[in-house]
Design a protein around this ligand. Structure first.
Ligand SMILES: NC(=O)c1ccc[n+]([C@@H]2O[C@H](COP(=O)([O-])OP(=O)(O)OC[C@H]3O[C@@H](n4cnc5c(N)ncnc54)[C@H](O)[C@@H]3O)[C@@H](O)[C@H]2O)c1
Length: 353
């Protein structure tokens, strides 16, 4: 197909990739011009965070281990106060999207540079998008102040991510790339990254299922996550992300699992309206039908495929549908109530699209 006109924004960010690349942390903190780093993590990843703090020695201001999903405003405020009290001049976020999100909330307020060390495949480290939850409502926004200045991708740190979470997190990443391929502001550079990212994850996830310690597969998966996260940060998302945001926010469903279950159905919904994107997704996953290929990748690797299996009630599907139809947004196929309701029913039951 001939190249159409497009706009491409290049984002200034430094990426250090490779097994063992955590060893470059002190050098990277120095390159940011920082002297005292506050290390952020969830309570579950305290040990990894302490290792990071140990590596920084006198350049570690402390460890704040209270990151949780969806960045409650109270936690963000507390982390900002701790950063200020300890005289931190940068934050190191080691963990998944929840920890990176806490780093972003600190950066939004203080302008502190963030160095992210992602240990899942969610991709938040590559986006200027932040989310903060206040009084039960998650507000999201976009500000380049929150974009991590440096990202260290060390696949060795993702070895401990349980297989099921690795598979769902990997499909969460695929979702960014898949929707990027049919974005209204898509461009050929992001398309390349999207297809390559999906392919890398498509080959990595079955290998990780076979062995969580497969170093090559962990490298492939993190590389794919980087590419897919870059797509998320550069072009607009559509129906799939809106549905997942609604389901996660209103019914408190787990982030990566929700993405994994909904994606095949969102792709089936958009298939006829975005045939070129579907062809690229299918090609990256080894051919066939894009929606079915994603469904099979999840099911065959032990991920959940039905919303009813992750705590969604059938009686809530009507409300979820109504939310998804609010605030119209760009999507290849117009939002049609009956078809969206059927999509949700299929996702709830876990039928193969
Ligand atoms: N702003 C953005 O651009 C963006 C993008 C993607 C996700 N997000 C947000 O990120 C959150 C989800 O992030 P997530 O899916 O990465 O999950 P998460 O960060 O909530 O992590 C889930 C759990 O896995 C643990 N974990 C992470 N890596 C591990 C490892 N290597 N070994 C063992 N345990 C590990 C974490 O400590 C946590 O307990 C959501 O709130 C979502 O909205 C934001």
């Amino acid at each position: 197909m001939p190249v159409q006109s497009f706009v491409y924004n290049s984002v200034p960010q430094r990426v250090v990739f490779g097994a063992g690349s955590l060893q470059h942390l002190a050098r990277e903190i120095d390159a940011l011009g920082a002297r005292r780093a506050l290390v952020l993590c969830t309570p579950e990843q305290r040990v990894q965070a302490e290792r990071v703090a140990d590596m920084l020695g006198a350049h570690a201001a402390g460890v704040f281990d209270r990151a949780v999903m969806h960045v409650p405003i109270e936690t963000a405020r507390e982390a900002r106060e701790v950063a200020q009290r300890l005289g931190a001049d940068c934050a190191v976020a080691i963990g998944g999207g929840s920890t990176t999100g806490l780093g972003k909330a600190i950066a939004l307020d203080s302008g502190l540079p963030i160095l992210a060390i992602p240990t899942t495949y969610a991709g938040s480290e590559m986006t200027p998008i932040y989310g903060i939850t206040e009084a039960g409502m998650k507000k999201t926004g976009k500000d380049f102040k929150v974009l991590p200045r440096t990202v260290i991708y060390d696949p060795e740190l993702s070895m401990s991510l349980p297989v099921r979470m690795s598979v769902t997190s990997g499909i969460n990443a695929i979702a960014h790339a898949a929707e990027g391929l049919y974005a209204t502001d898509a461009n050929p550079i992001m398309d390349l990254m999207a297809e390559e990212g999906i392919a890398a994850l498509g080959r990595a996830l079955p290998a990780i299922r076979a062995s969580a310690q497969d170093a090559a597969a962990r490298g492939d998966a993190l590389y794919g996550a980087w590419l897919c996260g870059t797509v998320l940060g550069n072009v607009g998302m559509a129906l799939h992300h809106k549905l997942c945001h609604t389901l996660g926010g209103s019914f408190n469903l787990p982030h990566a699992e929700t993405h994994t279950i909904v994606l095949p159905h969102a792709l089936a919904y958009n298939a006829a309206a975005a045939p070129e994107a579907m062809a690229r997704i299918a090609k990256a996953l080894g051919g066939g039908n894009a929606a079915q290929a994603v469904f099979d990748l999840a099911r065959d690797n032990g991920a959940p495929v039905a919303l009813r299996d992750i705590g969604m009630k059938e009686s809530d599907l009507d409300v979820a549908c109504a939310h998804a139809l609010q605030n119209q947004y760009p999507n290849p196929r117009p939002l049609e109530r009956d078809a969206i309701r059927a999509l949700l029913q299929n996702a709830w039951e876990g039928v193969r699209p």
